[in-house]
Write a protein that binds this ligand. Sequence first.
Ligand code: SAJ
Length: 441
Amino acid sequence: MKDQLLKRIQDRTAVVGVVGLGYVGLPLAIEFARAGFTVIGYDVSEPIVAALMAGHSHIQDVPSGAVAAEVAAGRFVATTNESELRNCDTVSIAVPTPLSKTRDPDMSFVQSATEAIARNCHPGMLVVLESTTYPGTTREVMQPRIVEKGLTVGKDVFLAFSPERVDPGNPTWHTKNTPKVVGGLTPECTEVATALYSACIDVVVPVASAEAAELVKLLENTFRAVNIGLVNEMAIVCDKLGVNVWEVIDAAATKPFGFMKFTPGPGIGGHCIPLDPHYLAWKMRTLNYKTRFIDLASEINSEMPEFVVRKVARALNDERKATNGSRILVLGVAYKKDIDDMRESPALDVMRLLEQRGAIVSFHDPYIPSFREDGVIHTGVALTREQLESSDAVVIVTDHSGVDYQFVVDHATLVVDTRNSTLRLHPSRARLVTLTSHHGE
Ligand code: SAJ
């Protein structure tokens, strides 16, 4: 079975399946199609499937032209019909792995995808899980469903984990040129999965097991969460000492070795960094171990929105204004610069906390004209001179590149800058407050 599948991968006659056509699955499907495979993309969303078949991409990093080209060439088909998976020789799963409100893994999407594949799997199939999850998922959650069909892993069916490393909006690193780690449940599984990804990704890095591959991803993202927590704590330290944290970090970053720059901010957002480390923390709790770095980083990162709101309140107070009743414009609400994604954005916390203190909050984000939260549609305002002049404070929460910050500081009266976007501007009308402008309470 293994040799037959390897040959079909080699000569591109293997039919490649991708389950979940989001910011991970769609770029991957397009790369497989470009490598010459026939690709079947399965998603539960009718609108997404219909749009893709009409040549429209819903993912910022995937141009519609790229989708249209592969659809027109007959190399990419999107479908909501799970029985199409029966025609696939390989299936890569890229579905969400959110956390529940109690910070426990929500494996429902992975389980549904696994069930769909189990109903349609056949001897000779390779299944690769890409969704970020706790170590052991591939072996403990997926394997039992697949082998129920009487298939033997490593012999007539192959199971592996390969973490996604998509960095939305990154102009340099894309699916094809970002090294891909692969770890199988058996050496044969690793071999087959390595052959598949080597067909469309420049560098593939096999590791000894699925658990190792699962942990690689969690180390990568825990590394980020912990280091962001460190610089956020440094911002609190600098605030209390009256030192500019950005100057300290930029000067530390001149060290040519042994240092990596991270920047403080209003908290962390996105579907990865705030969540992924909790998958590891959860798993280790089941083994009676407390992952203290993860918990501490999460604690500090989660308190940054409150830190920002206290900073705003303090700055208004300096002008004998209460937050209560003040008109506050939040500038940039996406979870990070130059993208249109709101998931877990700290801006949502900042706006909610300001409103809880009685502020009248509006927002402007060039990437997000409006967003829905808890069933309510929030619509942004235009960044006009009147809007700025009528605001008691403007809070820069996400530092999109395309915003004219000089225009902002020329017309606002007070600007609280949580991202160091106003560093090199000309002197202006507005009073500028940064994360560490005041001596802390
Ligand atoms: N952030 C900071 N300070 C920093 C870096 C980030 O406050 O120094 C904040 C950002 O504003 C954002 C959050 O942290 O709210 C996450 O930012 P991120 O840069 O980690 O970006 P993500 O979550 O979109 O994507 C990350 C990937 N990013 C990078 O490596 C730069 C990568 O870790 C993963 O491929 C991806 O998560 C994922 O899918 O796991």
